[in-house]
Ligand binder design. Structure first.
Ligand code: PPE
Length: 307
């Protein structure tokens, strides 16, 4: 997905011009992948840009850093304000937001503790991550030959930069094989998640998504969709799934900030349900797209306005 440059990037407390937001080649995180990040979206609302569940994202960022023993020099409230300032300064009605906590230039070697901890927030306009066609008609998925991390090798609760090598390998494998996206299994063989999205199945009116213990990130879109599903009267639960549960599901979809809510058409060439977005997926999609824009009273608190 190409990046359309915006104007200013927040770096360690200052807004700097887009082209000047640079780092040294001996930046520690560039070598060892010890950093944490977030992906957030701001949507156009009647009161200007509204950031979807901004505080929840920043709490997750702080927890990711805590897991890696990265001492972030800003409190959650300060990071929330940094995002609001960056969105406002770039004068975009809607955008994708990428906060990053990384270890900077100063020391080399595997001990990250002496490195300076740096923070940046970049924003840019970003369209549908898996394409408009994917959102409308669904995507074709392939179960990856790469497994998701074992929780004692890489902590799935953390959104760590280096952890995404695993996702990138699975993504390339799926694309080269002619699919849209990959599904990863845990080392124990349970369904985990996709390369940058959580996965859901719908079976007998029940909505099910895999747990962190199967290697899935605790998605903010996932938790929003669980709330929406329950409020719509469906049973929604976190539970382990086998790959055969995907093949025989009535409906399946994936969720993520970048991807939003995307129906799954097939898994390993087995058509899911009727091979088109199912009614529960459609309903959840519709409510999610309205909720992020502050158009659903019940979920108004999820939208944090910039001004
Ligand atoms: N799992 C993974 C591995 C993941 O990266 C994401 C978000 C999710 C689940 C869904 O989490 P949430 O966004 O809180 O619902 N992936 C982010 C990064 C994607 C990227 O290409 O980079 C995102 O969607 O912003």
């Amino acid at each position: 997905m190409p990046i359309t440059p915006s104007k200013l990037i927040w770096m360690d407390g200052e807004l700097v011009p887009w082209d000047e937001a640079r780092v040294h080649v001996l930046t520690h995180t560039l070598h060892y992948g010890c950093g944490v990040f977030e992906g957030i979206r701001a949507y156009e609302t009647s009161q200007g840009p509204g950031v979807f569940r901004l505080t929840d994202h920043m709490v997750r960022l702080a927890n990711s850093a805590k897991i890696f023993m990265i001492d972030v020099p800003y409190a959650v409230e300060e990071l929330v304000q940094a995002v609001k300032d960056t969105v406002a300064a770039n004068e975009l009605p809607s955008c994708y937001i990428r906060p990053l906590v990384y270890l900077g230039y100063g020391e080399m070697g595997l001990n990250p503790l002496p490195c300076p901890v740096q923070v940046s927030v970049a924003v840019w306009p970003w369209g549908a991550y898996l394409g408009d066609e994917g959102v409308a008609n669904g995507v074709r998925m392939k179960i990856s030959s790469w497994q998701r991390h074992d929780p004692n090798a890489m902590p799935p609760a953390a959104k760590g930069t280096g952890m995404y090598i695993n996702s990138s390998m699975a993504k390339v494998e799926a694309l080269k094989a002619g699919y849209d996206e990959a599904i990863l299994l845990s080392p124990q063989g349970y369904v985990s998640e996709c390369t940058g999205e959580n996965i859901f199945v719908v079976k007998g009116g029940r909505v099910i998504t895999p747990p962190v213990s199967a290697g899935a990130l605790e998605g903010i879109t996932q938790s929003s969709v669980m709330a929406i599903a329950r409020d719509e009267g469906f049973e929604a639960e976190v539970g382990n799934l086998l790959r055969s549960d995907l093949y025989t599901a009535d409906e399946a979809f994936l969720t993520g900030t970048a991807a939003e809510v995307v129906p799954i058409r097939s898994v390993d060439d087995r058509v899911v349900g009727k091979g088109e977005p199912g009614p529960i997926t459609r309903r959840i999609q519709e409510i999610y797209f309205a909720a992020v824009r502050g158009q659903v009273d019940r979920y108004k608190d999820w939208v944090e306005h910039v001004r």
